[in-house]
Design a protein around this ligand. Structure first.
Ligand SMILES: O=C(O)CCC(=O)C(=O)O
Length: 374
C-alpha cells in the first residue's frame, strides 16, 4: 500500500513500501481531476497551469478512503488523488515511449513479421499485429485482396490516410516520363519517402497487386540501427549529421516542395526521432569548407552503413502482400526489374506516424478493461 505525506515545506512524498518519491506540488496541482480544474467530458484543462503561483505549496493531506487522499494546496484548491494513479502517472517515461520499446535489427533478423491479413480482426489479434510493427518498424500482411485501393482500406485500419500531390494512393509501376524514379524499373537505394514534405509521411504502405518479374525485390534497412552504429563508431560524425540542415526538394509541373532538416533527427536528450535520407534529393547548403568536409565524410559513413548488406533485408512481395513500415525510422528501396518479363504493380499510401500508436493504446485500454492480455 502506498502512503502520501508532506515531507518538506514544498514537497509531497509517496512512499511505496520503503521507496520514497518526492512530488512537486505544481506537478500534482496541474493533474487535479476535479470539475473546477478540468472539463470532465474531455479531460482537458480549464485553467492555464502557468497562471499558478510558482511558490505553490501543500497545506494538508488526508486519507479519505484507503489509498485515496484529499490534498489541499496553499492557493486553497482541494482535490482527491488515488496514490495508485499518481504512481502510474509518475512512472510514465519522458516522451511518448509508453508503446513497446523499439528493437533494433539488421540483416540477421530472423523473425520477419508476416501476418495473415484479416479485414475484421479481433481486438487481441489487431493488438498482436501492432507489437512487431512498433518494435521493428514494419510488418508484412499476406493475403490482402490484390485489388485496387485495398491499400487504403488497410491504411485506414491504422490511421488516417494522408492525401498528397501523388493522390490518396499512388501506383508504383514503370511508366514513361515518370515524375519520380520510383515509377521506373530502376534500382532504388534505401531511402526515406518524401523527405521534402512537411511533415514527412510517418508510415508508408505498399501493396503488391501484380509481380510478374523476377527482380524488383523490396529492401528494408533499420535506419535507427545504422545511426546507433555510427554514433558508437564515430560520435563526431553522428553529431555532424544531427546538426547540419539539408535541403530536400521535389519539383514537377504542379508542385514544388522543399523541406530542410538534418539527416539524423534527435530529441533534446539525444534519442533518435527520425532519419531523413534520400541520396536522390539531398542538397546541403554552402557551408564553410571545413564544415562541408566533415559533413560529406559523415554522410559517406552513414550511407555505407545503410547500403551495407549487414543492415539490409530483402524479400519479394507477391500479389496480395502488403508492407507497412515506419518511414521515419526505416529506409526502403528495391532492386531493379526487367519490364520485358512482365508487369510489376504496387499501390501505396501514407498514414501519420501516430496512427498505429493510437490504435495500440486504445486496444491496450480495451483489452485491459475486458481483462484480456494483448
Ligand atoms: O517499387 C518499390 O518496391 C518501392 C518504390 C519506392 O521506393 C517508393 O514508392 O518510394
Amino acid at each position: 500500500m502506498s502512503t502520501l505525506q508532506i515531507t518538506g515545506p514544498n514537497e509531497l512524498s509517496i512512499d511505496t513500501g520503503g521507496t520514497r518519491f518526492p512530488i512537486h506540488p505544481l506537478w500534482l496541482r496541474e493533474r487535479c481531476l476535479d470539475s473546477k480544474s478540468i472539463d470532465l467530458r474531455t479531460g482537458q484543462r480549464l485553467e492555464d497551469p502557468s497562471d499558478l503561483d510558482l511558490k505553490l505549496g501543500l497545506s494538508s493531506v488526508a486519507e479519505v478512503e484507503p489509498g485515496r487522499y484529499r490534498i489541499r494546496f496553499t492557493d486553497g484548491h482541494e482535490a482527491d488523488f488515488a496514490a495508485r494513479e499518481i504512481l502510474a502517472e509518475a512512472s510514465l517515461p519522458p516522451g511518448d515511449h509508453d508503446c513497446p520499446p523499439i528493437r533494433l535489427w539488421n540483416s540477421s533478423l530472423t523473425d520477419i513479421p508476416r501476418l495473415p491479413w484479416s479485414a475484421h480482426p479481433s481486438d487481441a489479434e489487431k493488438a498482436s499485429w501492432m507489437m512487431p510493427f512498433l518494435e521493428l518498424g514494419f510488418v508484412i500482411f499476406t493475403g490482402v485482396p490484390a485489388e485496387s485501393k485495398q491499400v487504403l482500406k488497410v491504411g485506414s485500419a491504422f490511421g488516417y490516410v494522408r492525401d498528397t500531390n501523388f493522390g490518396a494512393h499512388f501506383d508504383v509501376r514503370s511508366v514513361p516520363d515518370a515524375n519520380d524514379l520510383a515509377y521506373t524499373s530502376l534500382f532504388l537505394d534505401p531511402h526515406t519517402d518524401n523527405p521534402y514534405r512537411s511533415p514527412v509521411p510517418g508510415v508508408q504502405l505498399l501493396h503488391c497487386l501484380v509481380n510478374e518479374t523476377s527482380g524488383g525485390l523490396s529492401t528494408l534497412v533499420d535506419g535507427f540501427a545504422a545511426a546507433e552504429t555510427l554514433r558508437s563508431q564515430d560520435a563526431a560524425a553522428f553529431h555532424v549529421l544531427a546538426q547540419t540542415p539539408v535541403r530536400f526538394r521535389f519539383r514537377d509541373v504542379d508542385t514544388e516542395l522543399i523541406r530542410s532538416s538534418s539527416l539524423i533527427e534527435v530529441d533534446g536528450v539525444g534519442g533518435l526521432q527520425a532519419i531523413n535520407f534520400s541520396p536522390r534529393l539531398d542538397y546541403v547548403p554552402l557551408l564553410p569548407p571545413v564544415q562541408l568536409t566533415a559533413y560529406f565524410a559523415a554522410r559517406k559513413k552513414l550511407d555505407s552503413l545503410l547500403r551495407s548488406p549487414k543492415y539490409e533485408i530483402r524479400f519479394l512481395l507477391n500479389a496480395g502482400d502488403l508492407m507497412m513500415m515506419d518511414n521515419r525510422r526505416l529506409l526502403h528501396g528495391r532492386t531493379s526489374f526487367d519490364t520485358r518479363e512482365g508487369l510489376r504493380h504496387l499501390q501505396g499510401c501514407y498514414i501519420d506516424v501516430d496512427g498505429p500508436r493510437s490504435v495500440y493504446r486504445v486496444l491496450r485500454r480495451k483489452l485491459a478493461a475486458s481483462g484480456s492480455q494483448s
